[in-house]
Design a protein. Structure first.
Length: 508
């Protein structure tokens, strides 16, 4: 495991005091608060990283952070909508300060010295890039039986609510860092569940926007069809603000050109009312846990008390969608990874991988460090997935099933504007030997991920002090509406949310 440079501590804050604030809620402020002191806030965030992230019992969410963030916050204070607010960035997104590794030793010296367009947008909006977060290596596409939140560069990210439990992935560090109050906001990326799962399990807000709202240029890729970046924050309004900062058209990413995004996703959040809003409940995707159903029932009651009209919907997913989507991911992984690797600037004295085949060879040559816990079966399958006609047929089929035949059809047939379901179950015990332990009966995120539609998760409660979230889905490009309904639920929510304990679950 490699840990990169840390800054010196700035403000003394005891661990007892940190836990008492509920993992950062006491120092978080919303965009509407004009008294926001960006420099003081970043000093506290850095102190939380220093005290809570490192060491054998640390959260291990942040790989590196800025030596000059305080000065940048002072310069950005009051400028742009972000006003100096701190943002941690998943370590598969290029930033000019640090290497971009995707958690792999193969890219530990990948200093591209360039900002992804979304990062350039963030800085222009007054955001301060505080550092890079750990992730599931290669965004969890490398092989079978992986453990979410582990990378050879960053080690294993822990869940602040239960340090022996998983933080999900692949945006593991981004979710855990926000839960622990280490930044005002974070950027994650998702292909299928990689923002929404870690947000739900770490008890924060996560938003996967429609594919095309945010540029993917200079982001280590999996799929040009499904990949997107999105915000992870403490509140829906903060997620809307961060989305506004990073979104934008990029001529280098055709998916972003001409899409119906808006300049400010925070507009009209507070004025949106749930009264009379028809929301479909995906009853076949509630899962087989009675305790989760009980938490979700409380969320339903809060929505109905605020005036929403809930419609029970029974729908069995056409599983051809999963098969064909996986074909798409493998074909596009080989092509898109090659494009990214070949775009890396030449560096004197360093040999940089230029293809997926190069990465496979690197892993084979470094088995003891890279392949100890799980293999690279998917990389190998992707390298062999070269039939374009097969790919194009699979892509057309997956998009049609997920979009037109699933989300579009359900919304239209039942005359509902949104759909809801639990996002995921509670966090499982991290187990590097056996890998993840997902409960596949819970959630409805895959159709939105595969079709490129918006998906918002908002904390709705906990099971044994382990957070769980509620998912909101809408039509393609209905990102603003989905944020509105999620914000309205957040205001109506009556369930008390747990604060991070920074202890092992078994010790609580």
């Amino acid at each position: 495991m490699i840990k990169r440079v840390r800054v010196a501590r700035l403000l003394p804050i005891s661990l007892v005091a940190l836990a008492a604030t509920g993992g950062g809620l006491a120092i978080a402020q919303t965009a509407a608060e004009t008294s926001f002191d960006a420099e003081a806030d970043i000093a506290q965030r850095v102190e939380r990283i220093e005290q809570l992230d490192d060491g054998p019992d640390g959260v291990n969410a942040v790989i590196t952070h800025s030596l000059t963030a305080g000065f940048k916050a002072r310069a950005a204070a009051g400028k742009g909508p972000m006003g100096g607010r701190s943002v941690l960035v998943k370590d598969n997104i290029d930033t000019q300060e640090w290497a971009t590794t995707a958690g792999s030793l193969a890219l530990q010296y990948n200093f591209t010295r360039r900002d992804a367009p979304m990062i350039a947008n963030l800085r222009a909006a007054g955001g301060v890039v505080l550092g890079k977060t750990n992730l599931s290596e290669w965004a969890n596409i490398r092989g079978d039986n992986s453990t979410s939140g582990w990378s050879a560069i960053g080690g294993l990210t822990r869940n602040p609510h239960a340090m022996d439990r998983n933080s999900c992935g692949s945006s593991s560090g981004s979710g855990a860092a926000i839960a622990a109050g280490m930044a005002w906001g974070a950027i994650g990326t998702e292909t299928n569940g990689s923002i929404t799962c870690p947000a739900s399990i770490n008890g924060v807000v996560g938003f996967k926007p429609s594919v095309g709202i945010v540029s993917r240029t200079h982001v280590i890729p999996i799929s040009s069809t499904q990949d997107t970046a999105g915000p992870m924050t403490q509140t829906v309004s903060d997620a809307a603000l961060l989305l506004s900062a990073i979104a934008g058209e990029d001529p280098s990413d055709a998916a972003t050109v001409g899409v119906p995004r808006i300049a400010d996703y925070t507009v009209d959040l507070d004025s949106f009312s749930l009264k009379g809003v028809r929301i479909g409940v995906m009853v076949n995707q509630l899962g087989n846990r009675e305790d989760l159903r009980a938490v979700f029932s409380k969320a339903r009651a809060d929505l109905e008390a605020a005036g929403a009209v809930l419609v029970n919907i029974e729908h069995d997913i056409n599983r051809e969608m999963y098969r064909d989507s996986f074909t798409v991911l493998k074909f596009e992984l080989r092509e898109e990874m090659g494009k990214y690797l070949r775009s890396i600037p030449e560096m004197d004295g360093l040999t940089t991988p230029r293809s997926l085949a190069d990465l496979i060879a690197f892993n084979d040559a470094n088995k003891t460090r890279e392949l100890r816990w799980f293999g690279q079966e998917t990389f190998i399958e992707a390298e062999a997935e070269t039939e374009r006609e097969k790919y194009e047929t699979a892509r057309e089929n997956a998009l049609r099933i997920a979009g037109k035949e699933t989300l579009d059809a359900i919304l239209a047939e039942h005359d509902v504007q949104f759909l809801i379901a639990p996002t995921r179950g509670p966090a499982w015990v991290s187990d590097l030997v056996n890998g993840d332990s997902f409960n596949g009966s819970i959630g409805f995120g895959s159709p939105a991920a595969i079709a490129g539609y918006p998906h918002l998760t908002v904390p709705m409660g906990a099971i044994e002090n382990l957070p769980v979230g509620i998912s909101f889905f809408g039509a393609k490009w209905a990102d603003h509406d989905v944020l509105k309904v999620g914000h309205a639920y957040e205001k109506a929510r009556t369930t008390k949310l747990p604060a991070p304990s920074f202890k092992r679950w078994s010790a609580q």
